[in-house]
Ligand binder design. Structure first.
Ligand code: DAH
Length: 350
């Protein structure tokens, strides 16, 4: 074996001993670096006579190519080994059984709210949401509620910080303040038209949401839901209320022979006012009158607080209890079950 073949062999074996890319680079320097063995041989050429230079140069070049080939092969081998290690470390057992993800679902009261929105939506009602922290004005005063009305008492209403002595903030006790909020906005939008004597597009809206009263037993929760309804136009009557609400109840309960009763009542914001009772003709609740909503023709003072002239605009409003509708629909007898968060109860509605 000549000296150059021995050199290539020695490079190959020193590359083979390199265990990491850094080792390999060090080994490379010994042969191909600035003062590596191949480089030194090249420098030695200068001293040779011309004829020898050529053949010797070619031989060194060949050796250099041999060293470079050995280097590249070892680099590749190290990279392959690294990849194999990584694949092994990240290996997963695709035969393991999957982890079950249980799927969630809507709360029964949410299902009711969706249903209410869909039914009234199909009758051309907008759906509006409003704040749960209200001012005394929207919750009581604008709704024609007298200063000394019992609903304003500390025993019934949760008062919260903010507001003033004469206009405190509170957790809304009903969704009725949304009548004012929505109507005021609507009237503002159409103010120019109204002032010019034109006909304002009717107000037709429902406002579902959470409401609060100081109250707690099997049929009352301090937090409960209500859904307000309001229809104001130039020619909207109590008859329309009866048609709309009867249609709603029959669709909601999927019962065409459901009977409604409008029982005279009192609310400050409506005149005349009525409680709405329903009666099923079949099923476990058949024959009993069940109260589901308050309603009435919107009081002229309330129409005025909406920014409208009660001589020209009239309509009806109602407020119903989605919690109670849910209890009736599914035959649940304790309201508290809805808010306890017990999955054994809640999963039955999925
Ligand atoms: N806000 C009333 C309550 O909480 C319910 C109600 C009655 C709403 C009559 C109305 C209405 O819009 O016209 O008891």
């Amino acid at each position: 074996m000549n000296e150059l073949d021995a050199l290539v062999e020695s490079a190959t074996s020193s590359f083979a001993q390199a265990r990491t890319p850094a080792d390999l680079e060090n080994a490379k320097a010994q042969f191909l670096g600035k003062s590596g063995r191949i480089t030194e041989l090249m420098k030695g050429l200068a001293a040779l006579p011309v004829e020898e230079k050529k053949s010797r140069g070619a031989a060194i070049n060949l050796a250099k190519q041999g060293v470079e080939a050995a280097l590249i092969a070892r680099r590749q081998a190290l990279a392959d080994a690294e990849l194999q290690l990584q694949l092994k470390a990240e290996a997963m057992d695709v035969t393991l059984p999957g982890r079950q993800r249980s799927s969630g679902g809507l709360h029964p009261v949410s299902l009711t709210l969706e249903r209410i929105e869909a039914i009234f939506g199909s009758m051309g009602f907008d759906v509006a949401e409003g704040p749960e922290i209200e001012t005394d004005w929207f919750n009581f005063t604008a709704l024609n509620t007298p200063e000394d009305h019992p609903a304003r008492s500390m025993h019934d209403t949760f008062y919260v910080e903010g507001g003033t002595e004469t206009a405190p903030n509170l957790l809304r006790t009903h969704t009725s303040p949304m009548q004012i909020r929505y109507a005021v906005q609507h009237v503002k939008t159409h103010r120019a038209l109204i002032d010019a004597g034109g006909t304002m597009p009717e107000i037709r809206v429902i406002a579902p949401g959470r409401t609060y009263l100081v109250d707690s037993d099997a049929t009352h929760s301090p937090m409960f839901h209500q859904c307000e309804g309001l229809w104001i136009g130039q020619n909207v009557s109590f008859k329309d209320l009866k048609v709309v609400f009867t249609d709603f109840c029959r669709t909601f309960f999927e019962s065409d022979d459901l009977v409604l009763r409008f029982r005279p009542s009192f609310f400050p914001f409506t005149e005349p006012s009525a409680e709405i009772d329903i009666q099923f003709q079949t099923g476990p609740l058949a024959g009993r009158w069940l109260e589901v909503a308050g309603s009435g023709q919107v009081h002229p003072n309330v129409v005025r607080n909406m920014g409208l002239d009660p001589e020209h605009y009239i309509g009806f409003a109602f407020g119903m209890g989605p919690d109670r509708l849910t209890m009736l629909r599914y035959g649940v007898n304790d309201l508290r079950l809805f808010f306890d968060g017990d999955l054994r109860f809640l999963t039955q509605f999925q």
